[in-house]
Design a protein around this ligand. Structure first.
Ligand code: ATP
Ligand code: MG
Length: 204
């Protein structure tokens, strides 16, 4: 039974999907800024299962990515993490995540899918965008090195927003750890410590 909207339940919910390998301050600033701009009640971070667009052998175990996402968001009462994609077998598609969230929250909640400009560009090249847009409003955040214009975007379905830009990527964080370079202040302190404790991203 899907949860129906009730008094006190969130009415405007942001969804931030990602590999989070690892989660970094670019993700957190984007989520925080979109929550502010759109008056969201909460933002749900949804770590992907096996990402279909990434090389399986190179992706960190789901449980580590999930735990890092929990550690990074734990202090913010507006942020929470959903296990739905990591507990599901098979690859993660945005459409599945949105259908699941719609099922969880019921028909009355407004869903806002938060993406960086790079990911939004990929989503807009899909065939089933009409169903995506029925399920959620899409919010594209600027990201250094990625630009989107609003020409050709369906009216009212996609918003492009300026967030304080941070030129941080998970790829660069992994690379820095592999090379023994610091990732302090690119990711939350707890993530630096988790990566050091577990030995993630070190050359084996
Ligand atoms: P990778 O380098 O492994 O691709 P990533 O840094 O792109 O990792 P993802 O987990 O792929 O991180 O991204 C999840 C979502 O966060 C995507 O929508 C992505 O566009 C967005 N995002 C990632 N980094 C930033 C950033 N620095 N600023 C704004 N949005 C970002
Ligand atoms: Mg990426």
């Amino acid at each position: 039974e899907p949860t129906r909207h009730r008094a006190g339940a969130p009415a405007r919910v942001g969804i931030m999907g990602g590999t989070f390998d690892p989660i970094h301050h670019g993700h957190l600033v984007a989520a925080s800024e979109v929550a502010h701009l759109f008056g969201l009640d909460e933002v749900v971070f949804v770590p992907t299962g096996r990402p279909w667009q990434k090389d399986l052998d190179k992706v960190t175990p789901s449980e580590d990515r999930y735990l890092m996402t929990v550690i990074a968001t734990a202090e913010n009462p507006q942020f929470r993490v959903d296990r739905v994609e990591i507990d599901r077998d098979g690859p993660t598609y945005t459409i599945d995540t949105l259908r699941q969230m719609r099922h969880t929250y019921g028909p009355d909640v407004e869903l806002f899918f938060i993406t960086g400009a790079d990911a939004l560009g990929a989503i807009l090249s899909w065939h089933n965008v009409d169903e995506l847009f029925e399920l959620a409003h899409f919010v594209g955040c600027n990201r250094p090195g990625h630009h989107l214009s609003d020409t050709g975007l369906p009216e009212g379905k996609v918003s492009l927003v300026e967030v304080p830009a941070l030129a941080i990527s998970s790829t660069e964080c992994r690379e820095r750890v592999r090379k023994g370079e610091p990732i302090w202040y690119l990711v939350p302190d707890g993530i630096v410590r988790y990566i050091h404790k577990t030995g993630l991203y070190r050359e084996s």
